[in-house]
Design a protein around this ligand. Structure first.
Ligand code: G3P
Ligand code: MG
Length: 238
């Protein structure tokens, strides 16, 4: 089991302290000393990967509509809550590299675009992060997206992202060539943590916002915590 990545990672860029999945959020996390960031990547209707969590723009921008039905120029005409625009994945990578930040890139396909999203994000990741000191970790709740990512860029590390951990976790991770299991923090217990480590995999937990809970989970065996509470669980948290 190897975890060469940061131990504390800022969720959706800047957690609760900045509008999610924006460049401003990534900048804020970096300014607070975070060395790792998680963000969500979906395909726009014209195939451009962009940073957004939901299948529609309704919650996070001043527009309405489905991401998969809008072109990147259409998406770019909308404003996020910090008066920015929805970043293209390429812009976010440029910023991370400029700031020296590592990323857990969550492949977040709109329904029906699982393979296309996994393929595009993996292929672009291979190109955009080439030569970076630490390759990003791709993860997804979508098995189809992970399969497509594996086929497109087998050399990139992958995380198996789940809410609850199914009994079949080990077989699935082996088949998908994953290096880490990413699960909801309430799904982990001491026995499971030991089994995951013994099988040779690392453990990333989301979304941990309470410092006491964070300390407990690290003691149980978590290798990495993804947090929204950047002000309470800082980059050097112990
Ligand atoms: O990748 C961890 C976490 O981001 C998964 O949940 O819904 O915040 O993308 P969500
Ligand atoms: Mg996410």
């Amino acid at each position: 089991m190897r975890w060469p990545y940061p131990r504390i990672v800022a969720h959706r860029g800047g957690g609760r302290l900045a509008p999610e999945n924006t460049l401003g959020a990534i900048r804020l996390g970096a300014s607070m000393g975070f060395k790792g960031v998680e963000f969500d990547v979906m395909l726009a209707g014209d195939g451009t990967p962009v940073l957004i969590h939901d299948e529609t723009v309704d919650r996070t921008t001043n527009g309405r509509g489905e991401v998969s039905k809008m072109t990147y120029p259409e998406l770019s005409s909308l404003k996020t809550q910090n008066e920015e625009t929805i970043p293209a994945y390429a812009e976010a990578v440029r910023l991370c590299r400029e700031l020296g930040i590592w990323a857990n890139v969550e492949i977040k396909p709109a329904q029906g675009y699982e393979r296309a999203t996994g393929e595009a994000v993996a292929r672009m990741t291979g190109e955009l992060w080439r030569g970076a000191p630490l390759a990003p970790l791709l993860s997804s709740f979508s098995i189809g997206a992970l399969e497509a990512a594996q086929a497109a860029a087998p050399e990139l590390p992958r995380g198996y992202l789940v809410k609850n951990v199914p009994d079949s976790w080990q077989a699935t991770m082996q088949r998908l060539g994953c290096v880490a299991l990413h699960c909801h923090f309430q799904a982990l217990n001491g026995k499971l943590a030991a089994d995951i480590h013994e099988a040779g995999y690392a453990i990333l937990l989301w979304t941990v916002n309470d410092p006491d809970e964070a300390r407990r989970l690290l003691a149980v065996g978590a290798n990495c915590l993804v947090t929204d509470a950047l002000d309470r669980i800082g980059p050097d948290f112990r």
